[in-house]
Design a protein around this ligand. Structure first.
Ligand SMILES: [Fe+2]
Length: 312
């Protein structure tokens, strides 16, 4: 019989799924999918466009230090070496489209969740892999779809904040959803008093409230984490409402008053969202993060600046 991936999905967690942070235990760290050799071969096979390497400042919260790094021509083990010694992370996205073992893993995870949680039937789901340096941090940000983090190797601390003001302003969420900015948002250290704080080690999993801002700090060790994300009909409605409100606020000069997910105003926003996305108007202003560094396994921080003119 196949081993279960999720260990303690109790009735309490089932009842509050998606509304309150769920902490569970899993068995992914026992799988041989996460050895250095498998990770190195994945890094080599994945196109850079869907597995960007990021870096950001060791301390502080200056989102301008968040940059992409080029890794062309390097072996997977070289890149792993740079991550082990530097301050980097690689975000391998949509692994289910590139490797059948991860496709099967994604199906198994959601089959287990769907079996236990009544009505939880995402119509779209995806699996990513984050490999990150000792002490690396991921700045305060919010994600668009439903998110879970499955810690496989190493230790990290995650702060999770409520998905409402002042922690997440509607305008900021609208901009993320419309692709005007990437996920980073305004952070103030005073928010920490309102955060939930979790220390994750191999075998821990967290699923939190939709769009809940969060920031992550690694322990002094290499970290390997799986991320899963999903879309349900309710998440799609929330996306359309925020998208429509963003167009009203930022493009049409109208301050939206409702965040309802049903009713005539909501359906008008669905129509506006569909029109705006189809019109191509959004693409022109979408934000692109700049590539400023090159991965270098011999450099103390695992990266070297790119020569002027080579950036972008
Ligand atoms: Fe995130």
């Amino acid at each position: 019989m196949k081993q279960k991936i999720i260990e303690d999905l109790n009735p309490n967690i089932v009842e509050t799924w998606g509304g309150r942070t769920a902490r569970l235990h899993h068995t992914l760290q026992e799988d041989n999918l996460f050895s250095d050799d498998v990770l190195a071969s994945l890094i080599e096979r994945m196109p850079q466009a869907v597995s960007p390497i990021n870096t950001m400042a060791a301390s502080g919260h200056d989102a301008d230090t968040w940059s992409y790094c080029d890794r062309s021509g390097l072996s997977g083990h070289d890149v792993l070496e740079a991550i082990k010694r530097g301050r980097l992370w690689i975000n391998m996205q949509k692994l289910e489209e590139h490797d059948s073992r991860f496709e099967a893993l994604l199906e198994d995870i959601y089959a287990e969740l769907g079996q236990e949680i009544p009505g939880f039937k995402p119509f779209r789901k995806s699996l990513g892999l984050l490999i990150s340096s000792p002490n690396a941090q991921v700045f305060y940000h919010a994600d668009v779809p439903g998110q879970s983090l499955w810690q496989v190797r190493g230790e990290k601390r995650i702060h999770i904040y409520p998905p409402n003001e002042p922690f997440l302003r509607p305008k900021d969420l609208e901009n993320i959803i419309r692709g005007v900015t990437e996920e980073e948002i305004r952070y103030d250290p005073s928010y920490d008093a309102h955060a939930e704080v979790y220390d994750l080690k191999a075998g821990d999993m967290l699923h939190w409230e939709l769009n809940g801002p969060h920031r992550v700090t690694n322990g002094n060790c290499l970290n390997v984490s799986v991320t899963t994300e999903h879309w349900t009909p309710m998440i799609r409605r929330s996306f359309a409402m925020n998208y429509g409100n963003g167009v009203l606020r930022s493009e049409l000069g109208w301050t939206p008053k409702s965040r309802a997910l049903s009713g005539p105003a909501f359906w008008a926003k669905v129509a506006l969202t569909a029109f705006w996305r189809k019109s191509g108007l959004q693409q022109k202003q979408s934000f692109k993060r700049v590539m400023r560094f090159r991965v270098n396994p011999n450099a103390p921080e695992g990266i070297s600046p790119m020569s002027i003119g080579a950036a972008e």
